[in-house]
Design a protein around this ligand. Structure first.
Ligand SMILES: [Zn+2]
Length: 114
């Protein structure tokens, strides 16, 4: 399966928060890609709240969330003065089947007028 991770960084101009909006797939294999972004956000303009928003991700592995949380809490390379919060959906989404992904993709811009 192709587990692709995308991240959009939103910075509040008043300096109150940095939001990392994650889409695509968050897996054990790619969760480390968020580490440098989190580290950078935590040291950018403290003290801000750094939100890692996983609610829009299409696929989230529970083990990846655990590793990410552990890294944020205990990894000295991710130290910073700003608190980090992980935002999750109630149920972690599974990797979608190809047709479902295509349908969702086509639906978004309104190409499938029903
Ligand atoms: Zn996936």
């Amino acid at each position: 399966m192709d587990h692709k991770l995308s991240v959009l960084v939103q910075v509040d101009l008043d300096g109150r928060y940095v939001r990392l909006l994650v889409t695509g797939c968050l897996t054990e294999a790619n969760q480390h890609a968020l580490h440098p972004l989190i580290r950078r956000a935590r040291t950018l303009i403290p003290p801000v709240t750094v939100s890692v928003d996983l609610t829009a991700a299409e696929h989230v592995e529970g083990s990846a969330v655990g590793q990410l949380r552990t890294a944020v809490d205990h990894d000295p390379t991710l130290e910073g003065t700003s608190p980090v919060e992980l935002l999750l959906s109630c149920a972690l989404p599974e990797h979608p089947e190809a047709p479902a992904r295509m349908t969702r993709h086509l639906r978004a811009p309104g190409w499938l007028a029903a």
